[in-house]
Design a protein around this ligand. Structure first.
Ligand SMILES: [Mn+2]
Length: 429
């Protein structure tokens, strides 16, 4: 891991919060992610299961967390099972957690090797009535590969058919939606690293550079600041490419007079930043570009003001739509009368602004959290309006990450340049 150690207090408190929701005689099990294969003996970089990470801080494959809050023996109420290590394994496979390190990281005192799992689990299951198991219930997830958690559900039900099974995912979504101050600290770090990357490219961009050269500048800055790299596949879209919402080719030269849209964020300690900025290739926005840019900026700021406790994401998106509508009329892109007569089921603004404005952000980029529940302090959201004008080969999106507070919000990207004047100044130094 490149990131600095996280205070184990986070994981201890996260477990304590989950346990409050478990009824008597229940057991909860969380599995790590698999290391995914590529070809031959190649593998993808390891990415921990976010629920297991949230509850333990353990960032290693083949790990299992078992919670049984009211088990008779206090020392077996929370147990971590890890891949065995010793001096021989350390030489051949590299470093794995020792039991002591796993305790330091997670605050869990009972750390066993994986080979003991079936025995210990069998003892616990004899006393348990209800079993909480994990599943990926993200509403946008397309899952074709069977995860370790999914395999465990099958195994468990086959070996223990008479227990009551429940899903732990809704509990985890509710908990993870509200961020602990230590999590906010990690998210701030991810945003600060993203800021460094953005400032680096403001000095680098000029007519003729290619989108992939810009991508290389970002990742260089990210990794040298203890990030694993991009939080998600970056979008570096100049000119018309910015109108292709999921453009990730990043292989075109940037032309004088065009804008470049970046949707780029750094990962830090498994937490993610999600930033969008739009800058002029030659360091100066044209009047038209400036007008559209400032319209997007006004929508962003107005959106931040109405994203507050008590509302829900669908209600909020409706309000943002109205703000966007009036800006598009102001830019001459929509006609007032047409808007008045529009079908409310498919509002006209969607021609120029076709995506959502905000999503939860955290260990997942599109983080878990029920969007139909009322927004609460401590939730972290992106705010990312955009205007895409295909006939003008121009796409502008501005995206910040904010923490919802009792009154108002805290902008984790407050230090990342966004005003036209500041961006022009930094590009022309
Ligand atoms: Mn986003």
């Amino acid at each position: 891991m490149k990131y600095l150690p996280i205070d184990q207090k986070l994981f201890i408190e996260n477990r304590a919060n989950l346990i409050k929701h478990l009824p008597a005689r229940s057991i909860a099990v969380f599995n790590s992610n698999d290391i995914m294969p590529t070809n031959a003996d190649g593998t993808m970089p390891f990415r921990q299961n976010n629920d297991l990470f949230y509850l333990t801080g353990i960032d290693q494959e083949e790990s299992i967390l078992v919670l049984f809050p009211d088990f008779h023996h206090e020392h077996q109420r929370e147990i971590l099972f890890l891949k065995e290590t010793n001096e021989h394994i350390a030489i051949w496979e590299g470093h794995k957690y020792t039991k002591e390190e796993a305790y330091e990281t997670s605050g869990i005192r009972s750390v066993y090797w994986l080979s003991q799992f079936e025995n210990v689990f069998n003892t616990l299951m004899a006393e348990a009535e209800t079993v909480y198991l994990n599943s990926n219930e993200h509403i946008r997830a397309v899952v074709e590969v069977e995860t370790r958690d999914a395999r465990f559900v099958k195994w468990c039900k086959e070996h223990y058919p008479l227990h009551t099974y429940k899903k732990v995912a809704p509990l985890m979504h509710d908990l993870r939606a509200i961020k602990h101050p230590i999590e906010i600290k990690q998210l701030q770090q991810a945003c600060d690293i993203t800021n460094k990357g953005f400032r680096r490219i403001l000095e680098f961009v000029k007519p003729g550079v290619t989108e992939y050269e810009i991508e290389a500048e970002f990742i260089h800055e990210f990794i040298r600041n203890r990030s694993k790299g991009f939080a998600y596949t970056p979008i570096i879209a100049s000119g018309y490419n910015a109108c292709v919402l999921h453009y990730i080719e990043n292989n075109q030269p940037c032309r004088d007079g065009d804008l470049i849209l970046f949707d780029v964020g750094a990962e830090y300690a498994n937490y993610n930043a999600d930033m969008s900025r739009t800058i002029p290739v030659n360091g100066k926005y044209t009047q038209r570009q400036k007008d559209v840019y400032n319209a997007v900026l006004r929508v962003q700021r107005a959106s931040m003001d109405i994203l507050r406790p008590g509302t829900t994401i669908p209600e909020y998106h409706k309000e943002v739509g109205k703000i966007m509508e009036s800006e598009l009329i102001g830019l001459g892109l929509l006609d007032k009368t047409d808007v008045k007569n529009q079908n409310p089921e498919s509002p006209l603004y969607k021609k120029y602004f076709m995506h959502g404005t905000s999503h939860h952000l955290g260990l997942d980029v599109h983080d878990v959290g029920n969007i139909y529940q009322k927004i609460k302090p401590g939730m972290v959201f992106t705010v990312e309006p955009g205007i895409y004008i295909r006939e003008e080969s121009m796409g502008i999106r501005l995206e910040n990450n904010i923490v919802i507070q009792e009154n108002g919000y805290f902008d984790l990207m407050r230090d990342i340049p966004i005003e036209v004047e500041e961006i022009e100044e930094l590009m022309n130094r």
